[in-house]
Design a protein around this ligand. Structure first.
Ligand code: MTE
Ligand code: MO
Length: 383
């Protein structure tokens, strides 16, 4: 995969360089999970079998992740929704309504740049942490839609139903959140991803996007928004995306929600006299203030250079601070190692003074919201 380019290509004082080739980038191998046990290729085959496709981690160090190759997670079924006959039904609110695609497109659009992350991303099975990405989503906000329905009425909770009817079960995917959570996250009904109409695999023609909340809630092929006076207790809420937490001496089931504070080194590329490590830091609900990098297995840590989303998008009139407060920050660290094997990781701190966990929280059991530091092993070749 890595292209080979001669590093010592220039000849010095007429002396031809030795034909030694160094790769443009180095493979960062996860220390946990399937890729470690079976290698990357078999791990990704296994993931496809359960309908998951990862972003290649090396692509996760730019502010916007391209649509082509963007991670995917669903239940195998990708409905082909006809734009003409598509309808979005809204029930259980002050005035029930049905929107066709033209009606949705006429509503004022808002933009959100946010991380989208599968709740199980980077857990002990999927150590590679590629089930995430960051895109710019545009469409009417959920608040606008509810306003057009005359308000929420008695609804305190909402269930979002997809049109991907699973054969036999005959029910589409569904997920529920409280009105309070949806307002806090400033959810939108996205019709566009990175300035293009949604692709079929990412939910054409409309999907829910809930910045800062794990993406099991970002229902694709959205067909119905159901206002409710009690929490939606579907299987994905109640069982599938849950952890157990020790609270007051008892293990209780909790649903995956707000993305925890995380960071990962995703890319190692060659520069003129060494290597550059890049990655991203996200979650935690407060601005990212610091990212440290260790290249010696945790013995020492150095500050990386951080670019926050508000710095990156500072001249974009369509994006206010609140439209990107669920977006990741990028970091860069120049690295000048001798040949050999190294153990790398990054560790993020946010404006609340919270630091990314080094170890898994013993009061939490389960596969979701795994925030601990992500170790990567790398082999640095000799000149
Ligand atoms: N309709 C529908 N929406 C869905 C799902 C699904 O299976 N069906 N999977 C959810 C899960 S678990 C994740 S992680 C995200 C993944 O979004 P993506 O496939 O666009 O990356 O979609 C969510 N929305
Ligand atoms: Mo997911």
């Amino acid at each position: 995969m890595n292209s080979l380019a001669p590093l010592t290509g220039e000849s010095v004082a007429g002396v031809p360089s030795t034909a030694i080739a160094l790769p443009d980038e180095l493979d960062l191998l996860p220390v946990d999970g399937l890729p470690r046990w079976f290698g990357r290729r078999l791990a990704s085959l296994f993931m496809r079998f359960v309908s998951m496709e990862e972003n290649s981690p090396s692509r996760l160090s730019t502010m916007l992740t391209p649509v082509a190759g963007y991670f995917r997670r669903d239940r195998h079924v990708h409905p082909r929704v006809d734009a003409e006959s598509y309808r979005l039904e809204v029930t259980g609110v002050a005035g029930d309504q049905v929107f066709d695609l033209a009606a949705l497109r006429e509503l004022p659009f808002e933009d959100r740049v946010c991380v989208q992350e599968c709740a199980g991303n980077g857990n002990h099975v999927m150590g590679s942490a590629g089930l995430c990405g960051q895109a710019r989503w545009s469409g009417p906000s959920l608040a606008t839609i509810l306003e057009r329905c005359g308000g929420v009425g008695d609804a305190t909770h909402f269930a979002f139903h997809g049109l991907d009817r699973v054969p036999l079960l005959k029910r589409g995917y569904h997920y529920g959140l409280s009105l309070e959570e949806l307002v806090e996250a400033r959810a939108i009904i996205a019709l566009e991803m990175n300035g293009e109409p949604l692709s079929r695999r990412h939910g054409f023609p409309a999907r829910l996007v809930v910045p800062k909340v794990y993406s099991m809630s970002h229902v694709k092929w959205l067909g119905k928004i159901e206002g409710r006076t009690s929490p939606h207790n579907g299987i994905h809420n109640r069982l599938v995306f849950t952890n157990k937490e020790l609270r007051g001496g008892r293990w209780v089931r909790v649903q995956a929600r707000w993305i925890g504070l995380k960071s990962a080194i995703n890319h190692c590329r060659r520069d003129r006299d060494g290597w550059v490590l890049t990655g991203c830091a996200w979650g935690g609900g407060a601005p990212i203030t610091r990212v440290e990098v260790t290249t010696d297995g945790g013995a020492t840590w150095e500050d990386a250079e951080v670019v926050r989303p508000d710095q990156h998008f500072d001249r974009d009139p369509a994006l206010g601070a609140a439209d990107m407060d669920g977006a990741w920050a990028l970091f860069t660290h120049r690295w000048r190692p001798h040949p050999g094997e190294y153990l790398l990781a990054s560790r993020v701190t946010n404006a609340d003074g919270v630091v990314q966990r080094m170890e898994h929280d013993p009061k939490v059991r389960g596969h979701f919201n795994v925030t601990k530091v992500k170790w990567r092993r790398v082999q640095v070749p000799g000149l």
